[in-house]
Design a protein around this ligand. Sequence first.
Ligand code: ZN
Length: 501
Amino acid sequence: MLDDDGAMALALDQARQAAALGEVPVGAVVLDAEGRLLATGHNRTILDRDPTAHAEVVALRAAARSLDNYRLSGARLYVTLEPCTMCLGAMFHARLADIVYGAPDPKTGACGGVIDLSDQPRLNHHARVRGGVQAQDCGDLLREFFRARRKAARAIPSSPSQDPSDMPKQKPAPAQPASRPAAAGEHTHLVCGDPDCGEHHVHEQPSGIYLISPSGAVADPAKLDLAMERLRAMGFRVAADRTALAVHERFAGTDKQRLASIQRALKQKHPVVMATRGGYGLSRLLPHIDWQAVADSGKTFIGQSDFTAFSLALLARTGAVSLAGPTAVFDFGGKKVDDLTQALFQETLSGELEILSFESPDADPVDARGILWGGNLAMVASLVGTPYLPDIQGGILFLEDVAEHPYRVERMLTQLWHAGVLAKQHAIVLGQFTDYRLAPHDGGYDMHSVVRWLRQTVRVPVVTGLPYGHVKVKATLPVGARVGIATEDGMAHLVLQEHTH
Ligand SMILES: [Zn+2]
């Protein structure tokens, strides 16, 4: 007779066996009505080239064979991860009495993780469904597996070396975030390093980049040329919008011209739309952009800084995902392109990057999932009270800024705190705050003081060291995507994509 813990321990053994075989570690066991072991199973999708070979299905088949009966009436199945719709359906058909799972699965869980089919009165068969048995161990095994396996997992120093002369006096132009409608049923995974992976219907391989200037004017056209050359050298086809180099006052053309460039970006053929730079100018365009058209275009928008306004408005109005990452001129138009920035950009676009690990020696303990959102702090704060700030509950908020004195950073954080934005997040992840100057009358008050104040003020875990900001070494981050964040031994891990089965 096996109890919950005994049965789940066997399922965990199965999951470990799966991991040893290169399969995602999910294990299952089936017990008969008396609690005796009938069958075991683990994921075999890659081994068997079988999309249905999830642990539960494998265990159900073995149990049915051992009973010589396709009905497993009264039996009980234990699985380390919340079942998907397919497996839950199979278990109902098998007439199981009880289904017990370990860790929740926010990606494909059919017992509340994504949808809840566990107790639908309109289905003709049911089972009692419970979750959370040894959830920590079950989840840890998955997390550890992904951490170890991700080819693209990489350690990034918490303090990227910065040459102050490289830093723009003004905020560099943000690029446009990639907007990608998260269509139900379509895998929109941004990551998977496994060529045999059966999880992704389509590995996105964006092959063309369209450059627009929705914010500040590009000061030096030669830098844009250089950026285009560099992007071509990476294998992209590249085109610049006809007003990418336009100038009107401090802007890259009049409002009308910049709006028209966004419209053209939706209609042209390249799948990625990148901002040439940040600066300022998107805020005044927000009411005039057709957000649904942006989301429906399927284009991947990428940018940063001022572009935060675009990303967050898109998220607020449509829920579509865009990318916070490099901009053409700042990241690819200078003397040197940072290797890691380039690699992270390409791996994120091609869907290879699954976990971004970085040093975070003082991080608060956290292990959470939520919508990743944020960007430039000044831009986030500027959207408070407008229809363009997404209302994210339980999110993972990332923030960076440049040329803002620590007291100004604190003041903007205070605004977000007072507006109720900070308290409802699962984690606050701080990127790089750079290019400010302390004065003697600060009396020792610096960015560390701000972080200390933040921790004392808001009861939300704070993680520092994110390689993102107005710096050379920067990650490409999916704004609006569901991600995980975990800290451990002085490292932080941003899980951009978890395979489940
Ligand atoms: Zn399944």
